[in-house]
Design a protein around this ligand. Structure first.
Ligand SMILES: [Zn+2]
Length: 144
């Protein structure tokens, strides 16, 4: 897959959608199947996200794709009150969180279907997917 990094990101209904690269294509293909994939280093066992060519800890190139349980907890979060563009205005206020997945990697995700005031650090969440055009975007939803 060739990617022109100078091109602006593609959009769906005014919202940006990610463009897959050679490193991230397996991740986005997993999302389309409803699976959350991450990389695990064969040399040191480090679980990493986002996808990279090398292990961020030991620089080994032998990385395996594994399927996440899609369960995690909120490490931290913020409530976005001011939409970054016109397309996000109907969504505010919305929650942007750092989520620690059970397998030991961290993702930045929107927390959907929640009242921002009801969230807390350490709260359990589950990854769900939102269709945005051809792309399935991972999001988080509180559990329990
Ligand atoms: Zn490693």
């Amino acid at each position: 897959m060739t990617v022109d990094k100078a091109m602006p990101p593609p959009e769906h209904a005014g919202k940006p959608v990610p463009r897959a690269t050679a490193e991230t294509a397996p991740f986005w293909e997993g999302c389309r199947r409803g699976e959350l994939l991450f990389q695990r280093c064969r040399a040191c066992g480090h679980a990493q996200f986002y996808p990279r060519v090398l292990c961020a800890v030991c620089s080994a190139a032998e990385l395996d794709w594994e399927r996440s349980s899609m369960r995690g907890t909120i490490h931290s979060y913020t409530v976005v009150q001011r939409a970054p563009s016109e397309a996000f205005k109907p969504d505010v206020p919305y929650v942007l969180a750092l989520v620690d997945l059970q397998e030991g990697f961290r993702m930045m995700l929107n927390v959907i279907e929640t009242e921002p005031d009801s969230l807390r650090i350490g709260q359990a969440v589950r990854v769900v997917f939102e269709a945005r055009g051809e792309t399935m975007l991972p999001q988080a939803r509180p559990t329990g």
